[in-house]
Design a protein around this ligand. Structure first.
Ligand SMILES: Nc1ncnc2c1ncn2[C@@H]1O[C@H](COP(=O)(O)OP(=O)(O)OP(=O)(O)O)[C@@H](O)[C@H]1O
Ligand SMILES: Nc1ncnc2c1ncn2[C@@H]1O[C@H](COP(=O)(O)OP(=O)(O)OP(=O)(O)O)[C@@H](O)[C@H]1O
Ligand SMILES: [Mg+2]
Ligand SMILES: [Mg+2]
Lengths: 255, 255
């Protein structure tokens, strides 16, 4: 199968890392083989899995910049869940590759040889539309776009769609939007309802039915290096991510 | 006076834009002359002031890239509050200036001639440590760092401090941290208390006494193009930002 899903949105703090960790772990609990790629120099996904970056010999930066074999850099959490970690060195890539004609294809080239070892590869992108995010857009099959249920969230979507279209023209390949995921939805506030309604009216069929509520268990889980599915399995947050995973699996494998 | 404060943190969604809008408007209500510089291609500060970017002839991009006079690009909201807007063109600057030796000084050079017209200039930086944020660090006197009271928030601070130190060496100038501002603090959650305690233990005297609570009025205000101070003056959010502004004014003008 080897489907590569890029979780991206240049708006900051919308739940990209949180979604990669919870969807990735969820799929592995359903016995899908999953590779998580932390592609943000902040390294939040790496920490979210309780990995101490100082213990890692190689990160995704070494794979792309120093041609270290990707197999040597992968951390095997268990049989179904592997992680390619990141640290601040990754931010050096943007300048290093600035004048390289093949700069858009570094991540794609690194993942191609191993993609058939996995059912899903999830990429956590940084909050920007720089060379790193362009690499993750080129490397993926589908883009999953988390949208926080708040005012500023809708504004950036046009820029993101523009960027996807620009990449499509530049590399002559279709970039597919898997869906828009509404996050941090608060049923008590009118702003959440308005943003959701606006998103549905603009992108209708592309909006996931599952909505992720604002839920403190989701925010607490990473401090224990866990996903909310194992940290608080009966919480509203865990339930919502489970429903979302069902939707994602149905999109790929059919009902 | 002409103090330039850069509100920066590469972690996304921590309240940079929200703090620039509410501190900036607050200072102008105290009859300080304020220039707000939106330096994020997302243009959230511009929208937060209800400005329709399509109506603007010039933005900060035109000032830096096409040498349009900064006076021509400034939007005068009222006598005490002026705004230099931004749009997605700004993201082109990073590539355009990549090989320019003076690339770190573009924003500083644009603001120098007008800084004495204002008591405060506030810069809203994007969620990254790219050329735009390096420009805003070089251009400012002080950096104000919003820190969300959540797990991932502390992780990025070391990278940010590293970057400030690197800039100091590169341009041989002291970069001063005005303070760390705790945002979206939720008294009901232990994670907020833990992050606050951790921040105090690391940076003690540099943490503002005022803490901004998570408050729905703060999130609603930008959809009306207002600051929380005018949108919901008796809310907990407005009270907290007023307390913060008192602290900032005391730091600059004395008690
Ligand atoms: N549904 C939710 N309910 C409550 N808190 C959440 C939820 N989703 C994410 N969070 C918290 O909100 C913050 C932002 O989420 P996260 O870091 O995943 O966003 P991001 O888009 O990856 O940010 P960045 O743009 O910096 O990469 C984190 O502290 C996270 O724990
Ligand atoms: N104290 C608060 N209480 C509730 N909501 C808040 C608070 N501060 C900010 N918000 C909301 O949280 C979201 C993120 O805030 P904001 O956009 O200001 O962060 P930012 O750091 O500028 O994000 P970016 O990294 O994308 O530039 C916004 O929807 C904003 O309205
Ligand atoms: Mg993230
Ligand atoms: Mg912002």
């Amino acid at each position: 199968m080897g489907k590569i899903i890029n979780v991206a949105n240049q708006k900051g703090g919308v739940g990209k890392t949180t979604s990669v960790v919870n969807i990735g772990t969820g799929l592995s609990l359903w016995e899908k083989k999953v590779l998580i790629v932390d592609f943000d120099p902040q390294g939040n996904t790496t920490t979210g899995y309780g990995i101490n970056i100082k213990d890692q010999e190689y990160t995704v930066y070494d794979v792309l910049s120093n041609s270290v074999a990707v197999e040597k850099s992968i951390i095997k959490k268990n049989k179904y869940l592997h992680i390619l970690s990141a640290d601040e060195d990754l931010s050096g890539l943007t300048l290093e590759l600035a004048n390289d004609n093949g700069r858009l294809f570094y991540l794609q080239n690194a993942l191609q040889p191993i993609r058939e070892n996995y059912d899903f590869i999830l990429i956590d992108s940084p909050p920007s539309l720089n060379l790193l995010t362009l690499n993750s857009i080129v490397a993926c099959d589908d883009v999953l776009i988390p949208v926080q249920a708040e005012f500023y969230a809708l504004q950036g979507l046009t820029q993101l769609i523009h960027t996807l279209e620009k990449v499509e023209k530049a590399i002559d390949k279709k970039v597919n939007i898997l869906g828009f995921l509404v996050t941090m939805y608060d049923i008590r506030t009118s702003i959440s309802k308005e943003v959701y309604a606006e998103l549905k009216s603009h992108f209708n069929g592309l909006v996931f039915d599952s909505v992720i509520p604002r839920n403190v268990r989701i925010a607490e889980a990473p401090s224990y290096g866990e996903s909310v599915l194992s940290y608080a399995p009966s919480s509203k947050g865990a339930f919502a991510y489970k429903e979302l995973i069902k939707e994602i699996v149905e999109r790929y494998y059919g009902k």
